[in-house]
Write a protein that binds this ligand. Sequence first.
Ligand SMILES: [Fe+2]
Ligand SMILES: [Fe+2]
Length: 186
Amino acid sequence: MSENQKTTPLTDSEALLTDLTSNDAVAKTGAAPTDTRTAANLMAAFGGESMANRKYLYFAKIARKNGDEEVAKLFEETAHHETAHAFAHLELIYPSNEMTTAKVLALAAEGEMYESVTMYPNFEREAIEEGNSAAVAEFQEQAKESLEHAGIFEKAAKRFGALKRVEAFHAARYQAALDKLSAAKV
Ligand SMILES: [Fe+2]
Ligand SMILES: [Fe+2]
């Protein structure tokens, strides 16, 4: 994989999938352009709408805890709209008529692996540097859970023969990440 493909997690995953599944029938169509500003903007917009959804659900919990039921409902209703906005972006990023179950499982596993072996370890290092021990603990915990999720998706992906090469690639990385986490515990 070339350096210029490593711009965003999505780009990385997409490039990996295109590369690894190029001989497979499931990968005949690329899910999304990965090298344009619009592709990056769609991903950013998807991220923003997704965050708004979870943030409003969280705010609804706070409003409800404070006894403000009407405000809680307002947040929840708006959160549903944000989900629709996020799904509209996803439809352009991963067109549903081009996606297979095998492909979405591979994308999901790759995303979880990225979180576990790249994103959280980087965040953990910076939290250590800044002396934020609560964040260090949180990042370590979620790196482990992301790895578990990757394993669950890998297992599900095994039911799809077309993904043998992706599966083997992920399995090797999964084992390496597991070894690294186990080693870190001692
Ligand atoms: Fe929105
Ligand atoms: Fe996860």
